[in-house]
Design a binder for this molecule. Structure first.
Ligand SMILES: C[S@@+](CC[C@H](N)C(=O)[O-])C[C@H]1O[C@@H](n2cnc3c(N)ncnc32)[C@H](O)[C@@H]1O
Length: 256
């Protein structure tokens, strides 16, 4: 049979041709295991969301309650709204909710990470207090002057445009609100626990790829470019996980 123009006019034939094309395309696609990860998962190319969750539970779990307590001690922010940016499985967000009366948004670009976060939040009985938000740090889907506190741990190395990311953090902070952004173990963890985590991280080579690390000099430049002239940079003792940038959004009356 030849495909004469008359035959090609028939809708049934077109449907058959379309089905054949779809079938051959499916046969050529890689199996789900081999398929390239979705773009969002590439935000943290070293681990899938599930792999990171396993590491967070096994290795990092003690860090989050110390960090939550540190936020309370250092800034005295115990109510209002906090955002955990690049929250992954949301353990810091959960620890913050357990330590304070804050309402928390766990923001991440990876839907798989947020599916895990939702399960963790439900397991902690914190639905409603901690809510996941799918979004990119470079265009945070939250309003201006929204948060009393923005925290982020272990996500900074993966941000493609750090100046834009810090502009966004500053935008969503309320005047007088505080940001604590970076990576590490925080300042309250005892030395013995630090040493254990450091040892495991070294042994298993856990952490962001070296080439994605930001030096303090670079970070200072990034913050100034983002319009944040006053900030503090610090580094946790005994940790192979970068450092922290800390700043407060000036109250309207203090702005230049
Ligand atoms: C190493 S994990 C850290 C997770 C969590 N903060 C913790 O310490 O347990 C980094 C997370 O940052 C997220 N991330 C990377 N780039 C992002 C972006 N542009 N916007 C929002 N989240 C991002 C990743 O999807 C990943 O869940």
């Amino acid at each position: 049979m030849t495909l004469t123009p008359r035959l090609l006019d028939r809708p049934a034939l077109w449907a058959l041709l379309a089905a054949l094309v779809a079938l051959s395309a499916a046969a050529c696609s890689p199996s789900p295991e081999k398929a390239a990860p979705p773009a969002a998962a590439m935000a943290n190319p070293k681990y899938t969301a599930a792999q990171f969750d396993e590491i967070a539970r096994r290795v990092f779990a003690p860090i989050y309650p110390y960090l939550a307590e540190q936020m309370k001690q250092d800034y005295g922010i115990t109510s209002g709204i906090a955002v955990d940016a690049g929250s992954g499985p949301a353990y810091w967000a959960i620890a913050l909710a357990q330590t304070t009366d804050l309402e928390i948004r766990a923001l991440d670009i990876d839907p798989e990470a947020l599916a895990i976060a939702d399960r963790n939040i439900a397991a902690a009985g914190l639905q409603g207090r901690v809510r996941t938000v799918l979004g990119d740090i470079h265009k945070i889907p939250l309003p201006d002057n929204f948060a009393d506190l923005v925290v982020s741990r272990g996500s900074l190395p993966f941000w493609k445009d750090k100046v834009q990311a810090f502009r966004e953090i500053q935008r969503i902070l309320k005047p007088g609100g505080v940001a604590y952004i970076g990576g590490g173990l925080g300042s309250l963890m005892p030395a013995s626990e630090r040493a254990l985590i450091k040892e495991t991280m070294e042994k298993e080579q856990i952490g962001a790829p070296k080439e994605l690390e930001t030096t303090f000099a670079q970070l200072g430049g990034i913050l100034r470019q983002a319009g944040i002239p006053v900030f503090k940079l610090s580094h946790d003792e005994g940790c192979l996980c970068g450092g922290w940038a800390e700043f407060r959004k000036p109250a309207a009356k203090d702005r230049p």
